[in-house]
Design a protein around this ligand. Structure first.
Ligand code: GTP
Ligand code: NA
Ligand code: MG
Length: 291
């Protein structure tokens, strides 16, 4: 059909968990094993998120620190994350930040998959860790009759990671993660920074529609014409589709992570919307002269 109907899009996954439980190692391992073998010699670009393919299906991983992003996103009510992978080290068990991370996910109503990590260690205790999931988080593993997907892994050796990716895709299918694939883009900013060569850039994940080079976009009080798009492999691309992470080049000012990026019809309209937001912000600004 020609109508802009909802279709499924790849899941966007955030990895969270206690300090040193292996979040970065896991993200690195997935990236290396799933991207390197597909694109030999490909230089990866750090744009805050990357996409891999498993069994012919795409998964987007956010690799910025989970906690901050999550609270920011929750604060503005926009959820960039579809699934949280909660990493729990099998030699350490459920720790304070595990509980905190889980509470973030729960509050945002984002489904959680537990990855019990470091199972290669001699002192790893998967059963004891599962027991703690029950007692400390009230999460009952599937193999214990509950409905929480728990996957034992080693981010170091790679053991169990294929299963984890399978479970992510399975949960994504059950949750029916969807988007409007056509029309003007809407994108969530995951980080913004000033690049020495490119100026202010936004690393974003497209939520709906197609984002194109040349589009007019607005992000709160900031607007621009998209000058370039760079993907997670460092390639210049012409357009980005739903769930695709992309670096957006063309801003004159740094866009705030709190705002959603919208593509609009014209530069005039983008400017108009940005101006309105700017004026509203000015009014809200508390007077500094107040004594
Ligand atoms: P923070 O970002 O500081 O919260 O830590 P993190 O959760 O990103 O943990 P990181 O990936 O930095 O791993 C912490 C330590 O655990 C590192 O020394 C890793 O090499 C080690 N590690 C991570 N995963 C595994 C694993 O599966 N097995 C073993 N043996 N060590 C692991
Ligand atoms: Na660490
Ligand atoms: Mg880390």
């Amino acid at each position: 059909t020609k109508k802009n109907e909802l279709v499924t899009r790849p899941p966007v996954v955030t990895v969270m968990g206690h300090v040193d439980h292996g979040k970065t190692t896991l993200l690195d391992k997935i990236r290396k094993t799933r991207i390197a073998e597909q694109e030999v010699g490909g230089i990866t670009q750090s744009i805050g998120a990357y996409q891999v393919e498993y069994a012919g299906k795409k998964i987007t991983f956010i690799d910025t620190p989970g906690h901050e992003l999550f609270t920011e996103m929750r604060a503005k009510g926009v959820q960039v994350t579809d699934i949280v992978v909660l990493v729990v080290a099998a030699d350490d068990g459920v720790m304070p930040q595990t509980i905190e991370a889980y509470n973030h996910a729960k509050a945002a109503n984002v489904p959680v998959i537990v990855a019990i990590n470091k199972i290669d260690k001699p002192n790893a205790n998967v059963e004891a860790t599962k027991q703690q999931l029950v007692t400390k988080l009230n999460l009952i593993p599937e193999d214990w009759g509950g409905d929480t997907i728990v996957v034992p892994i080693s981010a170091r050796t790679g053991q169990g990671i294929d299963q984890l990716l399978e479970m992510i895709l399975l949960l994504a299918e059950i949750k029916e993660i969807k988007c409007y694939p056509k029309g003007p883009a809407r994108a969530a900013i995951i980080e913004s920074k000033v690049d020495r060569a490119l100026g202010p850039v936004a690393n974003a994940i497209v939520k709906d529609g197609i984002l194109n080079v040349g589009d007019y976009i607005v992000a709160g009080p900031v607007y621009c014409k998209v000058r370039a798009l760079i993907d997670d492999k460092g390639r210049r691309i012409k357009s980005a589709e739903p769930s695709q992470p992309v670096m957006i080049v063309g801003f004159e000012e740094l866009p705030d992570i709190r705002y959603t990026i919208y593509a609009v019809e014209s530069l005039e309209l983008a400017q108009e919307i940005a101006q309105e937001v700017k004026e509203k912000l000015e009014k809200e600004k508390p007077s500094k002269r107040k004594i």
